[in-house]
Design a protein. Structure first.
Length: 356
């Protein structure tokens, strides 16, 4: 029904556009286009569709994982990790396990996108499972530690898929996905589920799903975007989007997981890295991207997030100019609707006169 109505509207507009007496309609149509009111569909390709020509195989982990762990392999693993032909199990559904898998080749791409296919499953009931998976882009690799099986005070980027709520005072829904940028000076606080250092995040029901679950991490021109596909609809849903991020090149991709008193199977099915073809301003040519420090420019300190259980600490009240723009757009919309209504009314009046 909706598509039929849209088709009728478009048909009427096109007839008006090509009519000799439709100058006013043409002007109104252009106004609609400028305001984005006209029913014209626009597809935004914010996440790559996995075009193979951009796939960087030296940074990708793909079944059947041939040679993983050998001296000449591009991926190495440690801890409790088990590599099969169908999945890489970082931890089994057993207590007190840690495992990881790391790319042995440093990444020198300034713009990239990582797609992770993973599976978290086990016998534990609600909130009786843990602890979760981390996806890393860091200076050091294969160093076990307390942060989902890897070292604390890391340098680089971490995306945490936390499946167990340690903070009883939080009203967040778990599993919870969050991001953290560290220059080696910050500790991850498990007791607060990392809220004091996270940049943002979202809840995602990724555990014990009957279908595939995916995570996309995109870093381009200082913008970090994390998307999830967990509903088996073959479409990405935004989890977080942060500007002002600076990450050096020459770091390593990896993934780790850990269990404690509670457990789960934490499986990595694939990690595929895609190069993004992006133009940078000429002044960036003189920057040594291997020596910059991981950082992020924020409106507020990550520590302010401790009082915001939703994790959306970057949201701020509307400023004066934003309110002005909203009012201006609303006013323009009202004017356009009024003009269209007047034109339609006039046409009907002229049509009615012909019958007298």
């Amino acid at each position: 029904m909706a598509s039929g109505v849209r088709s009728s509207v478009v048909s009427l507009w096109l007839r008006a556009l090509f009519s000799d007496k439709a100058n006013l309609f043409r002007e109104i149509f252009y106004i609609f286009l400028l305001l984005g009111v006209c029913p014209v569909s626009v597809v935004h390709a914010d996440i790559t569709d996995g075009n193979s020509e951009h796939l960087k195989r030296e940074h990708s982990l793909i079944k059947p994982y041939q040679g993983v762990g050998s001296s000449s392999a591009q991926w190495d693993f440690g801890g409790s990790t088990l590599v099969t032909s169908q999945y890489v199990r970082l931890t089994a559904d057993e207590r007190s396990k840690q495992g990881s898998i790391w790319n042995t080749v440093p990444c020198f791409l300034k713009d990239w996108e990582m797609h992770v296919q993973f599976k978290v499953h086990g016998s534990g009931k609600k909130n009786l499972h843990g602890d979760g998976i981390a996806i890393w882009y860091t200076k050091d690799r294969l160093q076990p530690g307390p942060v989902f099986g890897s070292k604390d005070y890391f340098n680089g980027l971490a995306i945490f898929i936390d499946t167990y709520p340690n903070d009883d005072s939080s009203d967040r829904s778990f599993p919870y996905i969050s991001a953290m940028i560290n220059n080696g000076s910050l500790a991850y606080d498990h007791g607060k589920d990392g809220r004091m250092s996270e940049l943002g995040g979202c809840s995602a029901e990724i555990r014990n799903r009957d279908h595939e679950t995916y995570l996309a991490i995109r870093y381009s021109k200082g913008r970090l975007t994390v998307m999830v596909d967990i509903e088996d609809k073959n479409e990405w849903k935004e989890c977080l989007d942060i500007s002002g991020v600076r990450l050096p090149i020459g770091y390593y991709f990896g993934s780790s997981a850990a269990t404690g008193d509670l457990a789960d199977n934490h499986d990595i099915i694939s990690m595929k890295l895609y190069q993004l073809m992006v133009d940078h301003p000429p002044e960036e040519d003189s920057v040594d991207w291997t020596k910059i420090e991981p950082s992020v420019s924020l409106l507020k300190s990550p520590k302010d997030n401790i009082d915001d259980p939703t994790g959306n600490f970057r949201s701020t009240p509307l400023t004066g100019w934003k309110v002005f723009l909203l009012l201006l757009c609303a006013l323009l919309g009202i004017v356009v609707c009024a003009v269209v209504g007047a034109v339609v009314f006039q046409k009907r009046q002229e049509r009615n006169k012909r019958f007298y």
